[in-house]
Design a protein around this ligand. Structure first.
Ligand SMILES: Nc1ncnc2c1ncn2[C@@H]1O[C@H](COP(=O)(O)OP(=O)(O)O)[C@@H](O)[C@H]1O
Ligand SMILES: [Mg+2]
Length: 318
């Protein structure tokens, strides 16, 4: 089995970064990368198991999951090993060789690993980070991981993976919104992101139709928020466009006219602004296909907090 190319970009210095799924024959080179990367870190007690890797243990780990290998101008520069156990996945041995660090190679490998896990419908990815390396822990937090456990100085960090839905047409996106109406309840907050024309308002229209609310749901241009009362005795839909809002404080200053507890609130362009509205929220990210002639949208639903983690099976059934 040869290497499979997964992504390719140029580094700041002009060299080519290729992210590949390694072949079994790469195990020895991968072991070398891991031992170099971990051997270069300050000593911790107990030592990380990564230092005990051999080509055989690496080959076994690759066979039990998959690897994401970074090549710079064709030479191994970094590795991530991923284990998969049903819906649970683990990220291990995140290694970038000294001399190749601080160029975004670890981020690129982790991003690809998470995309592959999302495509495989894994729900949660976990990893262990040592508390002795606060900058490493902070790096994982910036990548959306939160602490869920600890043993000694080993922290378990986890991140929920999105549920990925495919919507070939605008009607399909509306239908997903309509079915989402059967999952939401009063007090829920949905934070939608995606470029202009991605389909955030289209999805909101379906949600409004499914909820049976009054009033046309349109992209609010001058009006930053609109309340659509229910015609069927259910929750209202509060539709907010945060495009021109700079901060959560500005969002809080909007007079939303109704209590969020009695409504379903959908905030377009809400990423980075609306997270303060609720502890638990559903993140919706809509992406176009890379092919400009293809109108398919990929809709990524990420459950944040217990309310939405519990609703994950319903989201997967949308
Ligand atoms: N698969 C699709 N899903 C959603 N919208 C689509 C799709 N295919 C085409 N469209 C069109 O793309 C546009 C999306 O616009 P809109 O929902 O207002 O985006 P946003 O609110 O994200 O800026 C609409 O004109 C819609 O008809
Ligand atoms: Mg819109």
């Amino acid at each position: 089995m040869p290497q499979t190319l997964l992504a390719e970009t140029a580094l700041a210095d002009g060299r080519t970064l290729s992210i590949v799924e390694p072949a079994p024959a790469d195990a020895a080179a991968i072991c070398e990368v891991i031992r170099e990367a971990f051997g270069n870190r300050p000593v911790v007690d107990p030592p990380p198991p990564a230092l005990a890797e051999t080509p055989d243990t690496v080959a076994a780990a690759l066979a039990g999951g998959f690897g994401v290998l970074a090549l710079v101008d064709g030479r191994p520069a970094g590795i991530v090993i991923v284990s998969v156990d049903g819906p649970m996945a683990g990220i291990h041995r995140v290694s970038v060789r000294p001399g190749y660090q601080r160029q975004g190679i670890a981020s690129a490998m982790v991003e690809v690993a998470i995309e592959l896990l999302t495509a495989r419908a894994a729900s949660t990815v976990e990893l262990i980070a040592r508390e002795e390396f606060p900058q490493v822990v902070a790096w994982w937090r910036r990548h959306g991981f939160v602490e869920v456990g600890r043993r000694g100085t080993s922290l378990t960090l986890a991140r929920q993976l999105p549920v990925r839905l495919e919507a070939p047409t605008a009607e399909d996106t509306q239908d997903i919104g309509r079915r989402l109406a059967g999952v939401v309840r009063a007090g829920d907050v949905i934070i939608a992101s995606g470029d202009l024309g991605a389909g955030k308002t289209t999805l909101a229209q379906g949600l409004g139709a499914g909820l049976g609310v009054a009033g046309a749901i349109i992209s609010p241009t001058f009006v930053l928020s609109r309340v659509h009362p229910s015609t069927v005795g259910g929750p209202a839909l509060v539709h907010v466009d945060a495009y021109r809002l700079g901060s959560f404080a500005e969002l809080e200053d909007l007079d939303l006219e109704v209590s969020l507890d009695d409504s379903v609130t959908l905030v377009e362009w809400g990423a980075g602004i609306a997270e303060g509205l609720a502890e638990d929220y559903l993140e919706i990210d809509i992406r176009r296909s890379v092919d400009p002639d293809d109108e398919t949208r990929w809709i990524f639903l990420t459950p944040i907090g217990g309310r939405w983690t519990a609703a994950r099976p319903e989201l997967e059934a949308l």
